[in-house]
Design a protein around this ligand. Structure first.
Ligand code: FRU
Length: 456
């Protein structure tokens, strides 16, 4: 695989060509399978295929042959995978066609795969769900709902989510729609829904509905919001007021998040980019990467139940640690910033003089200002400068840095911020001001205690 400065080491990227959404995430017989929106012939979005890769540890990935290719039904937009009780693997994707007048036509299709996920055959009855007259009707995510003993499909219905049910994965009945008055709405459709249960510490079950919003996300452009509530097999009931907006990530590079079917722990991956500038980022042989996998839980906070996300510990400990002088050995490193008594802390990455992140103490906790400059002239929408609030109870912030891609996590797991950079030196020094702020390497080797290094 070609090496180039902005190819991440611990985030998945395609060997060549274009990548956007993760699709068909499934864990089968100890193997994590990732499919993804892929254009193999170009580093620009084009006729969509499903690329395919697998991993036993979420660290090392094996590239596999392309799974789905455009055919007479259309190109292959986003979708999902399930394993049946008989051990058969089924994929669902949106067949997409563009009409002569430029309008979209989208239907849902079923694909039969073998248990090893090496062969893929479209069902002869495709499309299994016809278009009910919607211009945006896509991204089916299917799962088994044990209490009603039926399959459920959540799918984009314009700016809301359609919920369908089936007993045989072929015949689907519309149950309900959710969302045209809830959460954040931008110009485009809601995209890439996912619905799954999570268990709170007190044993109660809460349902998370992930929804991609193509424009007007927290940081601008595409982003991933979520709802938390209840699902009875027919309807999703929002547990918060309809104007509550919750973000799975406050950065500008976290989109189309999807959960793995059959995973030992609830785990998601997302596309680490933004439709505003995804086609302009300066990589050469490939374009587009996936986020780190995240393990999910929920926490009972003063504002209600909220999504908590963490990096699988064995993956976190694969990142290099940051040496005391703050000069990383490679561009792939992790460090932990202890939130001190300082009123303000600034973090400069990549040897740059100006901080990308500044924390200001406020009455309620911290304001985190994120600033991205456009030194490599990617385009008008790449630079950003905005602020988000973090509650006072956090003790530290983790930074996972991978050849320009930064994922930042608050110590309580409630706040994430994913952001792409294309710096001159991906392994440039990390500088923290004031210099007495503590940086801790957070993965002690077994038997040793944590090393505290004062930057001075
Ligand atoms: C989201 C999305 C999906 C669609 C796919 C096409 O990023 O727009 O709604 O299925 O990308 O590549």
């Amino acid at each position: 695989m070609s090496s180039e400065p902005f190819r991440p080491r611990l985030h998945f990227s395609p060997a060549t060509g274009w990548l956007n959404d993760p699709n068909g995430l499934i864990f089968v017989d100890g193997v994590w399978h990732v499919f993804y929106q892929h254009h193999p012939h170009s580093t620009l979005w084009g006729p969509m295929h499903w690329g395919h890769a697998s991993s036993r540890d979420l660290v090392n990935w094996t590239h596999l042959p392309i799974a789905l290719k455009p055919d007479t039904l259309g190109t292959c937009f986003s979708g999902s995978a399930v394993a049946t009780p008989e051990g058969e693997i089924k994929l669902f994707y949106t067949a997409h066609q563009t009409a002569l007048d430029g309008s979209d036509f989208q239907v849902q299709c079923l694909v039969h795969a073998d248990h090893e996920l090496t062969s893929f055959a479209g069902d002869e009855r495709n499309p299994v769900v016809d278009n009910p007259g919607l211009s945006a009707f896509r991204d089916p995510k299917v799962f088994w709902h044990e209490p009603t003993r039926r399959w459920i499909m959540v799918v984009t219905h314009g700016q809301s989510i359609g919920i369908r049910s089936s007993s045989d994965l072929v015949n689907w009945a519309l149950e309900s729609e959710f969302g045209d008055r809830d959460g954040r709405h931008g110009n485009g459709p809601w995209e890439c829904p996912d619905l799954f249960p999570l268990q709170a510490a007190d044993g109660t079950t809460h349902w998370i509905l992930l929804v991609g919003i193509g424009s007007d996300s927290y940081g601008g452009g595409s982003g991933t919001q979520y709802f938390i509530g209840d699902f009875d097999g027919h309807r999703f009931a929002n547990g918060n007021s309809s104007d509550t907006v919750l973000w799975a990530d406050y950065g500008r590079d976290y989109y189309a998040a999807q959960s793995f079917h059959g995973a030992p722990r609830p785990t998601t991956m997302a596309w680490a980019s933004n439709w505003q500038y995804a086609r302009e980022t300066p990589t050469r042989s490939f374009r587009g990467v996936l986020s780190l996998p995240r393990e999910l839980g929920i926490a009972d906070t003063p504002s209600g139940m909220r999504l908590v996300q963490g990096v699988p510990p064995h993956l976190a400990s694969t990142f290099d640690t940051l040496p005391p002088a703050g000069v990383p050995k490679t561009g792939t490193y992790h460090f932990r910033l202890e939130i001190s008594e300082e009123p303000q802390v600034a973090v400069c990455l990549f040897g740059e003089a100006e901080p990308q992140f500044t924390l200001h103490r406020v009455v309620t906790g911290w304001h985190l200002r994120t600033v991205r400059r456009d030194k490599s002239r990617i385009g008008a929408s790449f630079a950003h400068d905005y602020v988000l609030g973090i509650s006072g109870s956090i003790t530290h912030i983790d930074f996972y840095v991978d050849n320009g891609l930064v994922e930042l996590r608050s110590s309580d797991g409630l706040v994430w911020l994913t952001s792409l950079y294309f710096p001159e030196d991906v392994a440039g020094a990390v500088r923290v001001e004031p210099t007495r702020t503590t940086i801790v390497n957070a993965q002690p080797r077994s038997g040793s205690s944590q090393v505290r290094m004062l930057q001075n």
